[in-house]
Structure formats: C-alpha cells, structure tokens
Design a protein around this ligand. Structure first.
Ligand code: SF4
Length: 168
C-alpha cells in the first residue's frame, strides 16, 4: 500500500495564487518547486491565505505588526496598514480560520511564506514600513505554533524535504 501523503497547510501565494497585497503570487517561487504540480504529488496541500480569509481585499494596502504576534493575540498590540488603519481584527480572524482548518483537516504541519505579518515564521517587518525586519512570527504562524502545529517557512521546508525529488 502506498504511504499516506502528509497533509500540509501552505500559504497560497507560494503555490502561485495571486493573493498577496499586490495582487500577485510569491515571485521568488514562480519557477520553483512550489509552483510545479510535483509538490501535490508528494503532499496533500491545503492552500490558505489568512489575510483573504480575514476579509481583506486583494490587492490591499500592506500592513505590519507594531508589537509581537503573541501580544497582538492576547489583546495588547495591533497591526496597522501603511495608511494607519487598525487591521488587527482581520489578521486575528484570518489566523483563527486557518487554525480551524488545520484542526478540522488534521494537518500534519504548515509551510508558510516568510516575512509576512500573517505567515512569517522567523521575521516580520517592524511596523515602520521602512523594510526593517525584527525577530518573531506573524499572527497565523504564532497561532498555529501555539496550538502545537509544526510550522516551517519555505526555505526550511525545502531543506527538510530535500531528497524527496521536489524538482528544485
Ligand atoms: S497572507 Fe500569507 S498566504 Fe496570503 S499573501 Fe500573505 S503570505 Fe501569502
């Protein structure tokens, strides 16, 4: 019997879905393994865009965290758009929806796009809209990790599964 494919929550923009704030996909990966159908042969993919799931439009004005994701989730921090709007509720809703799907579909782990205020795992922009990164995850990544899901970014994923013939 064939081995069961791992069930993977994945940032939709990594798969070429045009869902980021510019209304495009993750350009770095358009020609890579994420954009080829080969990933779907190896894994059962569950594409999500937490910002869309949170009710934000596409394209949209970019947003950044002004506090650590954990502080935002506990109610003591917020996210703002580049025009100064408080968009915290959308990000929390999007993260909650992704977490709901991860639980419902019993995801094995998540692969999330780096540096996003939703999906970033290691770094996010610092809230000044000047391109400065600070350590820490985005809202959705934090929620998934808090719930016990393994989260990796796209580079960690390629390292972890190097040798599984992803066509890199
Ligand atoms: S919220 Fe996540 S899935 Fe959606 S565009 Fe941003 S990085 Fe990609």
């Amino acid at each position: 019997m064939a081995a069961e494919r791992k069930r993977v929550i994945i940032s939709a923009c990594l798969l070429g879905v045009n869902c980021n704030y510019k209304g495009s996909a993750s350009a770095d990966y358009l020609q890579g393994p994420f954009f080829s159908g080969r990933l779907a042969e190896k894994f059962e993919l569950i594409p999500v865009c937490p910002e869309q799931l949170g009710g934000m439009s596409t394209p949209r004005i970019p947003s950044e965290l002004t506090a650590k994701a954990g502080e935002v989730i506990s109610g003591s921090g917020k996210l703002v758009s580049r025009e100064g709007a408080d968009v915290t509720a959308c990000f929390l809703k999007g993260g909650a929806e992704v977490l709901r799907m991860a639980r419902l579909l019993r995801a094995d782990f998540a692969v999330l796009k780096s540096r996003s205020p939703s999906c970033g795992k290691k770094n996010v922009y610092d809230g000044t809209f000047s391109g400065v990164l600070v350590e820490g995850p985005g809202i959705t990544a934090q929620m998934l990790m808090d719930a016990g899901f393994m989260v990796c970014d796209e580079l960690e994923f390629l390292e972890l599964f190097d040798g599984t013939d992803l066509g890199v």
